[in-house]
Design a protein around this ligand. Sequence first.
Ligand code: TRP
Length: 589
Amino acid sequence: MSELTPQTDRAQWKSRFGFILAAAGSAVGLGNIWKFPYITGQNGGGLFVLIYLACIVLIGLPIMMAEIMIGRAGQRQPVGAFESIHGRKTAWSGIGWMGVVAGFIILSFYIVVAGWSMDYTLKSIVNFTKPIESKAATEAEVYIATTSISDMKLFLVNKETDRQLHPRKTLLESRLTKSQKENYERFRTAIEKAEDQDQARLRLLKDEELKSSVEAVEKVEQQVAKARLEIAGSVQTKINSLSATDLLAQVKLSKRRDLVFEKMTGTFVNLLTNGWHSLMWAALFMMVAIGVVAGGVAAGIERACRFLMPTLIALIGMMVLYGAFQPGFGAAVSFVFSPDPSRLKASGVLEALGHAFFTLSLGMGAMMTYGSYQSSKTGLLQESVMITLLDTAIALLACLMIFPITFSYGQEPTAGPGLVFMSMPLAFAEIGRTGMLLSMAFFGLLFFAALTSAISLLEVVASYLIDQKNWSRAKAAVTTGLLTLVVAVPTAFSSDSTSVLSNWEGDYGLNFFDTMDHLASNWMLPLGGLFIAIYAGWVMPRRLQEAEVEDMPAWIFQVWLVLVRVVAPALVIIVLMQKVGIFDIDEWL
Ligand code: TRP
């Protein structure tokens, strides 16, 4: 390791603060604003958030410290860092290679979503929700003019019943295991094909396992139906007692929202299914990212982050402030912060762990690369804590920005990946005049967040060519950027029916986009994180390790060592085993 010659010409951050902003910029991204709120919604809020925080502290933070430590000690990006530490070729460089590949893969779908955020920013500037809103208002009036009162009442009763039933239904259904549901699905498909359904049922139910699944699901279905009847009864009484004016007003509001939602969904689906459109934006986004990376570490990345990160925080602050004055704010706060064990499944815990990696940019050497542009040997703990805190704070603020708005405008928190591109525009349309400004702020901040993350992904790949192959920065950035764009083509076209890959989903169950996300986020990052933890805890030369933690209180170092040696690897292995399907944690508990 004595060959570790300080490279005087190697790029450096201008200041520690600049490094923290750039690293936080990498961490804060689509993961925080697009993904975290919707997985929180899907996992019932409260308790999921607590478990996520525990994962961040117990696994995310220690691995973050490990990555920055290795980067600072090796003064190279991940392919070169291990070699430079040991002064010879070592198999640990495999972590770096996997990181380079993961970088390509993540970036290839990341830029597609980032491109959508650009599309929606532009749409907001031309106030795209306004024509949608006024068309919907017209159609709602037509509905009122042409529908009988009793049909309108029926419409309202069904709508309100569904809304009230939703939480109870989710709760009841959460008692079923995945295999029970799968068994039941197969059973239904088979029955529907049969001519004599009663006979088919008898035949299939000879299988004991199938029989118990079917009975369990049917029992839940009966309970749901019973709950539905109860709710419908009281809803009906309430609606019958409404005055004609109130009834018409409610029908109009609810119809208009349905229509706006339909049209918003249509707008998003148009974008999603138009490969060329998505690709065009992805290419434009890539150009911006290439420009920043080509600008250099201090003059490009650090300078961009110094402007983008404070702007991003100011925009989020503004949106949260707006949300605080909305009627749904209380509901949003209690949704995000009050734990309700009945709404979380064990697999939600694993999702929290997986997301901790993605959101902190861990497992593929991004933090290692950024750390390698730092020659300081102090402040490892403070830096890692700052980056982690910023990332976590922004993820929580993103929830407090999105949920008050969606709750106030009658949307479900569980809306899924479309939360940002469908539910939010719907709310913006309802807000009216200010809606346009909010919409611009919201999609603009999504774009900024994506940009500071994308440049870190591009930097990992580009720095390999710069460090190991002596390429010029500009050439490395342009080449890797364009190559990524090629990889992004099938992703951009993954939901386009004209694409060559349109059979992909039918064959594998996930479309190409989701396949890439799945491959990188569920496999490569946890695996990379596992090896990084093991390396930092067990393999890294003690002397180098101690040089990095000299200013750290001894007990913190000891705690870190235990986390990185035992706790983090053990938890990651459990997650990976679940993913391979060795066991299904929901069936166990
Ligand atoms: N952390 C970013 C987000 O939350 C994404 C990201 C940037 C990333 N660089 C990474 C994820 C490196 C994994 C590895 O959106």
